[in-house]
Design a protein around this ligand. Structure first.
Ligand code: GRF
Length: 214
């Protein structure tokens, strides 16, 4: 990816409380992430992530496909917001809507998602949030984890950029497991974004390799 801006300009999509956005902003403040959040977009007008963005004076957008007469109009608006902000990397941080294929194609290899399991296990349509941890416990796994991956046109199927294992304890509940996994999410999301910020990504087929220097 040829970089035009330093710090890396990232636009964040989220549907919920926004703890991953908070972790990203914390790492930007402490200097471990060389990025600037230039836009926060949510499909939920009352999402906590929008409050966080407003507090940090980051432009916010409440956009949902139901507000548009067609997918094409919705898509055009998404692209207008993203390109208008000169977005270099799109970050999905708990975004519950499927990104239109045209937007995914526009940001090919420049769109990341975080999933609270070790993909390809426990991923795909319907496996999000609490449901993921319930399925992991139901299956009897001893290890779960987090995956940051490139977004392609299907759910959770893009090549992994970074993964981190998280132990499953005998007395875990979906909530206790979710909390432990979330700590790992907050740690590796910023590290994965930093690889893009430093141009240290090399893609070979489905292998996303982190090079020593950009
Ligand atoms: C995270 O658990 C993430 O893995 C999933 O959605 C959740 C978002 O949490 N995709 P938050 O809104 O960042 O706190």
């Amino acid at each position: 990816m040829t970089r035009r801006h330093d710090p890396l300009r990232i636009s964040v999509f989220a549907s919920g409380r926004g703890s991953n956005l908070e972790a990203i902003l914390k790492n930007i403040r402490n200097g471990t992430l060389t990025a600037k959040v230039v836009a926060v977009i949510s499909n939920k007008s009352n999402a906590g992530v929008l409050e966080t963005a407003r507090r940090e004076n980051i432009p916010t957008f409440h956009l949902s496909n139901v507000h548009f007469n067609s997918i094409q109009e919705y898509c055009d608006k998404l692209l207008q917001v993203l390109t208008g902000a000169k977005t270099e990397l799109v970050v999905l941080a708990g975004y519950m809507k499927k990104m239109p294929p045209a937007v995914v194609r526009h940001y090919k290899n420049r769109m990341l998602n975080i999933h609270p399991a070790l993909l390809p296990s426990f991923g795909g349509k319907g496996l999000y949030g609490h449901f993921v941890h319930e399925a992991v416990l139901e299956y009897g796994c001893k290890v779960t984890g987090v995956t940051v991956h490139l977004v392609d046109e299907e759910y959770d199927s893009g090549p992994p950029v970074m993964q981190k294992c998280v132990p499953v304890l005998d007395d875990d509940t979906p909530d206790s497991l979710a909390a432990r996994v979330l700590v790992a999410e907050h740690e590796i999301f910023s590290k994965a974004i930093q690889l893009f910020a430093k141009d240290r990504i090399e893609i070979r087929g489905r292998r996303v390799l982190s090079t020593k220097s950009g």
